[in-house]
Design a protein around this ligand. Structure first.
Ligand SMILES: Cc1cc2nc3c(=O)[nH]c(=O)nc-3n(C[C@H](O)[C@H](O)[C@H](O)COP(=O)(O)OP(=O)(O)OC[C@H]3O[C@@H](n4cnc5c(N)ncnc54)[C@H](O)[C@@H]3O)c2cc1C
Length: 397
């Protein structure tokens, strides 16, 4: 890791802007594809707490209502397995995922129970269908009597903090320069270079923009900014009854919106403890009220809004058994397109982009990194990711 701006070269094969999931997975893929002479510039620190890749876990699943995303998630899982073999580390934990709740035929930002069931049936993905009694017998959850559930046994959690450390090591071992506190002020008109806030300029054969919710700020002057919203997303850690600690599933609860309660909540099993050794689970809400969504990334609220904290507490204490105390509360941004799908594309001969990762992209990380690296090498992505193109109506500003 270099923090020394004066040691920056004035030319590189590839400059990556952004040190979150997308930038680091791209750097690691370039390393594996034999590309050296790569500089990654991060405005703050790698995977920092105000951006979207911070924290210890992300869900992975193939349980999608959209058959294309389901297939791409299968491809990403194949690449995760390769990545784990190469790294010699377990980067994901497979403990299954329970989708449960109201089963109505309308897609939410995470899909729906009936939609996911149809796609898993079509694609032969194994799952168990559970009713409310079976859910409450098996897990410390309190489903309403009319709730239904689907359990995907091969889903689980990506250990995102471990993965970030792994990509960083892979890139550094390949000789890439990963530079923190190196904010980019602007892109060259042809995309083939960057000007830093420090005044330094780096010319590049290829530039990859991986700035999450901040991507628009760099791309707007070139007329290439996709249409994105920034959603402030609340999550927290709760300590739980040690007697139940090994029974919590990874879950996602679907309920219809009622008043200011968006109805979508999720949680993880116990995967870590507090500093004084108490078992804890991570849980969050998966909607942002309209009035908190913004276009200007730096205008997003940075403190957890009291009403959202109240709703999350209310859900956890009333619907999950053994919840004891909320011990950490965080707001993190979703970079959101209107069709809840990503943007991964070449914008001009020297410029590629990933953004719009919403609450879904971490599970696709090896595919995102591999695709960005191939674009930066002048190739096409290895699989069809045209659903993420930047010219679709949903993202044209
Ligand atoms: C609360 C939450 C829960 C989620 N849960 C899941 C899940 O369960 N499963 C799943 O698959 N996905 C999940 N996701 C989605 C996934 O984590 C994100 O989509 C992904 O991490 C986004 O990564 P990124 O690299 O695009 O953006 P970021 O991580 O935000 O990285 C962008 C980086 O660019 C830097 N930057 C910005 N501007 C500049 C500049 N001008 N110069 C230099 N650097 C700059 C920023 O400082 C930042 O570090 C979740 C996301 C959130 C927020």
């Amino acid at each position: 890791m270099s923090n020394n701006l004066s040691s920056l070269p004035n030319q590189a094969s590839v400059v990556i802007i952004g040190g979150g999931m997308a930038g680091l997975s791209c750097a690691a893929s370039l390393a594996r594809q034999g590309v050296s002479d790569v500089v990654l510039l991060e405005a703050k620190t790698l995977a920092h707490a105000q951006a979207s890749s911070f924290g210890e876990t992300r869900m992975f699943r193939e349980m999608y209502s959209d058959p294309v995303l389901c297939k791409l998630a299968q491809e990403a899982n194949r690449l995760w397995r390769e990545e784990e073999v190469l790294s010699g580390e377990t980067l994901r934990e497979t403990h299954g995922l329970l989708f449960y709740g109201e089963s109505w035929d309308e897609e939410t930002i995470e899909g729906s129970i009936p939609g996911a069931r149809r796609v898993m049936d079509d694609q032969g993905i194994p799952y168990e269908a559970l009713n409310a009694g079976e859910i409450s017998a098996r897990f410390p959850l309190k489903p309403k009597a009319d709730f239904t559930g689907l359990f995907e046994p091969t889903a689980g959690a990506v250990r995102s903090d471990k993965v970030i450390a792994h990509w960083r090591k892979t890139a550094e071992q390949a000789g890439h320069l990963l530079v923190e506190h190196a904010a980019v002020r602007s892109l060259d008109d042809d995309g083939g270079g960057v000007l830093l806030e420090s005044g330094q300029h780096i010319a590049a054969d290829q530039v990859v923009v991986a700035c999450g919710v901040w991507s628009q700020l760099l791309l707007a002057p070139l007329g290439l900014a996709p249409k994105l919203e920034v959603w402030p997303m609340l999550w927290a850690h709760y300590t739980v009854d040690p007697a139940l600690a090994d029974r919590y599933p990874q879950w996602f609860c679907f309920q219809k919106e009622r008043g200011d309660d968006g109805g979508l909540y999720y949680g993880f099993p116990v995967l870590s403890t507090t500093s004084d050794g108490r078992p804890r689970i991570k849980a969050g809400i998966d909607w942002a009220p309209q009035e908190l969504r913004v276009r200007e990334p730096n205008a997003m609220c940075s403190e957890p809004p009291a009403r959202l904290v109240e709703l999350l507490d209310h859900f956890l204490f009333n619907n999950v058994s053994g919840i004891q105390e909320r011990v950490e509360t965080v707001i993190s941004p979703y970079s959101m397109t209107s069709d809840v799908n990503f943007v991964l594309d070449r914008l001009s001969p020297k410029l590629s982009l990933f953004c719009g990762g919403s609450g879904q992209s971490f599970k696709f990380a090896p595919l995102i990194g591999d695709s960005l690296a191939r674009l930066a090498r002048g190739e096409s992505p290895a699989v069809d990711i045209s659903c993420w193109n930047h010219k679709r109506a949903a993202v044209c500003a």
